[in-house]
Design a protein around this ligand. Structure first.
Ligand code: HEM
Length: 502
């Protein structure tokens, strides 16, 4: 008898564990929503969790299988997620119906992970307050003031690249651009010299490498969250390692005391945040101030500018040089446009922002290689998908697969080719979403484009890029990453162009 009871208890417990933590539920079936075939434990993202394939390829297979539908249900481990396959619906969700989808569903436990409470992850009114206050940092006026800081880093870049060019060795442009972008964001966000280009042992570059590293701990954290978010409360694992946290808090102290002792005002993002705090002091009570605009608020947003700012621009610059090396005609045409401009003017803010072919080349790079290849939102209140009977409950997760839109032949014919001319007409397709769209569109878009264009203008004018035996063709994309990143760097031949005037 005891034996039978024991077996029943074991069987029931195993069944409970299977239902609660392993089996993907009939969530989509119950809602009458078509779903992609999933497997126990992993749902639809087995190859991603095992580090075999980037998520974009998994989504893309599902996108192509269901491409005549507006949306399809998937499971990320046990967590249901609605993939939005129709670009018009995606834009409606991001813009017109934003009030139903204003959060990304980032879990922020501020006690455990203070650096995670930044603009990307903040929700509701805290996000809105922070966004409104940070927006002026990215106005055209502020960017014009920062232009000189970017130019200083372009000068440094030349000094750093030149020795490689003279030695004739292939240059890993991805590594060079990561150092360049680290120095730019260091100066423009924090007002600090990161010295990533000058110093091979730069601490900032080392931190930058680690921020997006898919460590075993991070994979476990993602899995726990996707199996059941309550598991994260039982097994709290930090999203940002403690030494990176300490690094950024001490950076803030250093930057603040430098400013106090020099009694100077800077034009960087940190100065803007300091000014915001000063203004808030005039109107808010001590408690409100401590809650909303604390040191942690300041450091977390400095951290996100650093994190979001260097990897995305570094990857765009290096993917762009790769395509220019593969497409010498495009490279020559671009160089001609820049040369004509510098014959008459210098490469100042107004000139760089009005070079039309440069703009097309950057747009096409961001189409083929959107650095953030998907957008996430959660449904913040019940939402009926227009023209259907489908009602999404509060907290339903949705994903907009930007990468798949950008490779959809219906929107971009000959999608695998690099054709900047497709952007000749200023009107961009609804399916073109490298920076997202709507009120939560990338706050750093104008800054990123300015940095990328200013860097390319000098680099293409003075150097020629071509592929060699060490260039990965086609490029391999790193499987264990969220951002689109080349697996083995991008090694190109770089030669100096003689008789350059600027
Ligand atoms: C080529 C460069 C970049 C690309 C392609 C890019 C792309 C994106 C995308 C796709 C989003 C999500 C938008 C959405 O959900 O609708 C985003 C959000 C964001 N980006 Fe960027 N980004 C770039 C550079 C930057 C830079 C340089 C910064 C900061 C200096 C930055 C800061 C942010 C922040 C803070 C958010 C969250 C905005 C919010 O939730 O209100 N990004 N970015």
């Amino acid at each position: 008898m005891l034996m039978i009871v024991t077996l029943i208890v074991i069987f029931t417990s195993l069944w409970f564990l299977y239902i609660k933590f392993i089996r993907t539920s009939d969530f989509w079936k119950q809602k009458n929503i078509a779903s992609a075939i999933s497997v126990p434990v992993f749902g639809n993202i087995k190859d991603f969790i095992l580090g075999k394939r980037h998520l974009i390829y998994i989504y893309d297979d599902i996108y192509n299988e269901f491409h005549s539908s507006q949306f399809v249900g998937i499971f990320e481990m046990r967590s249901p997620n609605l993939l939005i396959l129709d670009a018009e619906l995606a834009n409606r969700i991001l813009i017109k119906d934003f009030s139903y989808f204003y959060d990304r569903g980032g879990d922020v436990d501020e006690d455990l992970d203070p650096l995670n409470a930044h603009l990307v992850n903040l929700c509701g009114s805290r996000w809105r307050n922070t966004r409104n206050r940070l927006l002026p940092a990215f106005s055209s006026g502020k960017l014009k003031q920062m232009f000189g800081l970017i130019e200083d880093c372009v000068d440094e870049l030349e000094k750093h690249v030149l020795p490689f060019v003279e030695s004739g060795e292939p240059v890993d442009v991805r590594d060079v651009m990561a150092k360049f972008a680290t120095d730019v964001i260091g100066r423009c966000a924090l007002g600090l010299e990161c010295n990533a280009m000058k110093d091979p042992n730069s601490e900032f570059r080392a931190i930058g490498r680690r921020i997006f590293k898919f460590t075993f701990k991070l994979v476990i954290r993602v899995c726990l969250k996707l199996i059941n978010p309550n598991l994260l409360k039982l097994f709290p694992i930090k999203a940002v390692p403690v030494d990176i946290e300490i690094f950024f808090f001490s950076l803030l102290n250093e930057a603040m005391s430098l400013r106090k002792s020099a009694q100077e005002r800077r034009v960087d993002f940190l100065q803007l945040m300091i000014d915001i705090r000063e203004q808030e002091k005039q109107v808010n009570s001590k408690d409100e101030l401590a809650n909303s605009f604390s040191d942690t608020w300041l450091v977390a947003n400095m951290f996100v500018f650093f994190a979001a700012g260097f990897e995305t621009t570094a990857n765009t610059l290096s993917f762009c040089l790769y395509e220019l090396a593969l497409n010498p005609d495009v490279q020559t045409k671009l160089r001609e446009e820049i040369r004509k401009a510098v014959d008459s003017y210098e490469l100042n803010y107004d000139v760089v922002t009005t070079l039309s072919y440069l703009d097309m080349v950057v747009s096409e790079t961001l189409r083929k290689y959107p650095p953030i290849p998907m957008i996430n939102r959660i449904c913040t209140s019940e939402y009926r998908i227009p023209g259907t009977n489908t009602v999404l409950k509060k907290n339903t997760r949705i994903t907009v697969p930007i990468y798949s839109y950008h490779y959809d032949e219906r929107y971009f014919p000959n999608a695998h080719q690099f054709l900047p001319e497709r952007f000749e007409n200023a009107e961009k397709s609804l399916a073109y979403l490298p920076f997202g769209n709507g009120p939560r569109i990338c706050i750093g878009m104008k800054f990123a484009k300015l940095e990328i264009k200013r860097c390319l203008a000098t680099v293409i004018l003075k150097y020629s890029f071509s592929t060699g035996p060490q260039t990965d063709i086609p490029l391999k994309i790193r499987a264990r990453a969220i951002f689109l990143t080349p697996e083995n760097g991008i090694k190109l031949r770089v030669t100096k162009i003689d008789n350059c005037t600027s």
